[in-house]
Design a protein around this ligand. Structure first.
Ligand code: IMP
Ligand code: MG
Length: 181
């Protein structure tokens, strides 16, 4: 069984991802030059993006992880109910925190994380997301770095899953509807 057979179309190719992540790495390196930068990756979806992004950033920085689950929604739509499964195990007080996320859809997940992290008094708090479905936004989130704006289609690959599968695909693709209906 080849995972690629479940993909209706490739939305963002491996080459496009590489090119855009290179640009994001340059922008982040420029904006945070001389600052104490901490990337906070949201597990699990953000991990593939993070691993390429850190290699495109050429200034010193640290990485930390947080695991979130949104539950109670349908299989392809999050519910807006967010739970912290694994918190940071370091202080972010007075640090320049950049959240690294795979996708912002309704915005509920990020809004919740931002509210939580703000209470811990970082020096600055910004967001870098690979994908942005702006047409789906239900709560406003200020996003500082966006890889790609995408239409309202359910996508998998490059860290994004459906039922925990497809994260390893090297591109972002649209799942065939018959795979989830
Ligand atoms: P939000 O709280 O609605 O912004 O949802 C964000 C989370 O929903 C992401 O971190 C993903 O885990 C998941 N998600 C939203 N859209 C997609 C998609 O198209 N494919 C895979 N996961 C998605
Ligand atoms: Mg996610």
């Amino acid at each position: 069984m080849d995972l690629q057979n479940d993909i209706a179309k490739i939305l963002i190719s491996r080459e496009q991802l590489e090119q855009r992540i290179h640009e994001l790495g340059e922008a982040i390196s420029r904006d945070y030059a001389g600052k104490d930068l901490l990337l906070v990756c949201i597990l699990k979806g953000g991990v593939v993006f993070l691993s390429d992004l850190v290699r495109a950033i050429h200034i010193p920085h640290a990485i930390e992880f947080m695991a979130i689950s949104s539950y109670g929604g349908t299989r392809t739509e999050s519910s807006g109910v967010v739970r912290i499964m694994m918190d940071l195990n370091t202080s972010i007080e007075n640090r320049n925190v950049l959240i690294v996320e795979d996708i912002i859809d309704t915005g509920h997940t990020l809004a919740h994380i931002v509210d939580l992290l703000k209470t811990r008094n970082p020096q600055s708090l910004r967001i870098c997301t690979l994908l942005n479905k702006s047409s789906r936004r239900e709560v406003p989130v200020q996003v500082d770095y966006i890889g790609f704006d995408i239409p309202n289609e359910f996508v998998v690959g490059y860290g994004l899953d459906f039922n925990e599968i497809y994260r390893n695909l090297p591109f972002v693709g649209v799942l065939k509807p018959e795979r989830y209906t």
